[in-house]
Design a protein around this ligand. Structure first.
Ligand SMILES: Nc1ncnc2c1ncn2[C@@H]1O[C@H](COP(=O)(O)OP(=O)(O)O)[C@@H](O)[C@H]1O
Ligand SMILES: [Mg+2]
Length: 430
C-alpha cells in the first residue's frame, strides 16, 4: 500500500529529478483568508555573483547553482537561515529554496544533522514528504531546492481557525501517519513534528518538511538514541529525561498535534520553556472531551511511558491505523491521495503567496553574503563537499565516507554518555 519508497541511488539520478515539482494547478475556492493582502509574487531579484575566490569554483557545481534561479520572496525563516520562493530561470518553475549559512552549522553535530537532512530529502520518496529537486553550495552557504507548497503552514491555518473539526483533524492525522510510517519503515526518526513543519499544498493534502533534527539508521526496535532535540511543546518526555528514545517519540508528537488541532492549544504550552519541559515530564494532561474514539486515541498517544504508548514496537504505525478513531479511513485510498481533503486552500497560481505569513513576505529579498571574516577554513568548507545534488552533475553522491562514519561513531558515543546539566545545554528550538 502507499507510495513510500527509497529512491534509487546515484547513476539513476538523472531519472530522479523532475523539472516540474510543487503545486501544479490551483485548488477550489474557500471562504476567508488570514492574510488580507493577496500577496502575489511579482518582483524578482537577480543574483549574479557567487562571490568566490579564484580557484574555489571547482569545489562547487556549475551545472546547478544560484545563478540558475531568481529569488522572489522570503517565505519562511528557520533556525539556521531563510527559506525563499525562487523561480528557475530556464523552466520558470517555482520552488522553495532553503538556505543554510555554513558558519551557523559548523559544529560536528549540526553538520551531521544537515547531512542527514540532505540524505533523507533525496532518498525518501513519499507523497507526504516534501521533495528535493536540487542541492548545491557556494563557499558560504548550502542550498536545498524543494517543491514549493503554497497552501500555507498548518500553524497558520490552526491560528486562523482556532481549532479543527474532528473530521479535519482525523484527515491530517492520517496523512501524518503516512509520512511518519514511511520514515520509520526506512529507519528514520523524524523528531520535529510541529505545525510549522506541516505544509498544505494547493490541493489541501499535507507534506512534512524540515529533516534538520531527524535521525537515520534506527534499525532495531531497541536502538535508542540520546541526542536531545526538538521543540519543547512537542517533545516526548523520554527525550527530555534523556532515557533514550526511539520511533515512539514521533507518536507522542502526533498526540500533541492531534490535541492542538482539536483544542487550539498544545497540552503543555507556556512562554517559559523550562516550565514546558517540566510539565511535559510531570503535569497532568489538561482535560479534554471529544468523541469517545478521539478521547481514547489521545489518551493512548499521550502516555509517558513509551513502551505503553500506542505505536510502540514492531507494529508501529499499523497499530495506530487500526484504532477506531480511523475506522472511516480507507488507508489504501488515503495512501494514494485519493481521498478528498476537508479543506482546499484558495490559491490562484503557483506563486500565490496569500497563505504565507506577511511577516516573512515583508522581509527584504537578498541572499546576503556571509561575513568574510567569519568564513570557514578550507578544511571546514570541505565538510560539505558531498552536498551537491543535480541530475546534470556527477557530484551528487551522499555516500558515507570513512571519515564520516568515524565522526558519526564518535558523536554517538559522546551523545550516549551525555547527561545535560541544565536545559540550556540542550539542543532545543527555543
Ligand atoms: N517546501 C516548502 N514550501 C513552502 N514553505 C516552506 C517549504 N519548506 C519550508 N518552508 C517554510 O519555511 C519554514 C522554515 O523551513 P524549515 O525547513 O522548517 O527550517 P528550519 O529547519 O530552520 O525550521 C517552514 O516552517 C515553512 O514555513
Ligand atoms: Mg522547521
Amino acid at each position: 500500500m502507499g507510495s513510500c519508497c527509497v529512491k534509487p541511488k546515484e547513476g539513476n539520478s538523472g531519472d530522479i529529478l523532475e523539472e516540474n515539482g510543487g503545486n501544479k494547478s490551483p485548488g477550489k475556492k474557500d471562504k476567508k483568508s488570514l492574510i488580507s493582502s493577496q500577496g502575489e509574487a511579482s518582483k524578482v531579484t537577480r543574483i549574479d555573483s557567487l562571490d568566490m575566490a579564484p580557484g574555489e569554483e571547482e569545489l562547487y557545481s556549475k551545472s546547478i547553482n544560484l545563478n540558475h534561479f531568481d529569488i522572489v520572496k522570503v517565505i519562511g525563516r528557520g533556525s539556521f537561515g531563510k527559506v525563499y520562493l525562487v523561480q528557475k530561470k530556464d523552466t520558470e518553475q517555482f520552488y522553495a529554496m532553503k538556505v543554510l549559512k555554513k558558519e551557523a552549522i559548523s559544529s560536528p553535530s549540526q553538520r551531521l544533522h544537515t547531512i542527514a537532512e540532505r540524505r533523507i530529502l533525496q532518498e525518501i520518496d513519499s507523497d507526504f514528504i516534501v521533495k528535493l529537486h536540487y542541492a548545491f553550495q557556494n563557499p558560504d552557504k548550502l542550498y536545498f531546492v524543494m517543491d514549493f507548497l503554497n497552501g500555507g503552514e498548518m500553524f497558520t491555518h490552526l491560528r486562523k481557525n482556532v481549532k479543527f473539526s474532528e473530521k479535519r483533524a482525523r484527515f491530517y492525522c492520517a496523512e501524518l501517519i503516512m509520512a511518519l510510517k514511511c520514515l520509520h519503515d526506512n529507519n528514520i526518526l523524524y523528531r520535529d513534528l510541529k505545525p510549522e513543519n506541516i505544509i498544505l499544498g494547493c490541493d489541501g493534502h499535507i507534506k512534512i518538511t524540515d529533516f534538520g533534527l531527524s535521525k537515520m539508521n534506527i534499525n532495531k526496535e531497541d536502538d535508542l538514541t540520546f541526542t536531545f532535540c526538538g521543540t519543547p511543546e512537542y517533545l516526548a518526555p523520554e527525550i527530555i529525561s534523556q532515557k533514550g528514545h526511539d520511533k515512539s517519540v514521533d507518536w507522542w508528537s502526533l498526540g500533541v498535534i492531534l490535541f492542538e488541532m482539536l483544542t487550539g492549544k498544545a497540552p503543555f504550552a507556556h512562554k517559559n520553556k523550562q516550565k514546558v519541559l517540566n510539565d511535559v515530564l510531570k503535569a497532568p494532561i489538561p482535560p479534554f472531551k471529544f468523541s469517545e474514539n478521539a478521547n481514547d486515541l489521545l489518551r493512548r498517544l499521550l502516555i509517558r511511558d513509551p513502551r505503553k504508548r500506542i505505536g510502540y514496537g514492531d507494529r508501529d504505525a499499523e497499530e495506530i491505523m487500526e484504532h477506531p478513531f480511523f475506522e472511516c479511513i480507507d488507508w489504501e485510498k488515503l495512501a494514494e491521495r485519493n481521498v478528498t481533503p476537508p479543506y482546499i486552500p484558495k490559491v490562484r497560481k503557483q506563486d500565490d503567496l496569500r497563505h504565507i505569513d506577511p511577516m516573512f513576505k515583508e522581509e527584504k529579498v537578498e541572499d546576503t553574503p556571509a561575513d568574510k571574516k567569519l568564513r570557514l577554513s578550507e578544511k571546514e568548507k570541505n565538510h560539505f563537499n558531498e552536498f551537491t545534488y543535480s541530475k546534470d552533475t556527477v557530484i551528487n553522491s551522499m555516500e558515507v565516507d570513512q571519515n564520516e562514519d568515524a565522526l558519526s561513531q564518535i558523536l554517538e558515543e559522546r551523545e550516549d554518555s551525555f547527561i545535560p546539566a541544565s536545559s540550556d545545554e540542550l539542543e532545543l528550538n527555543i
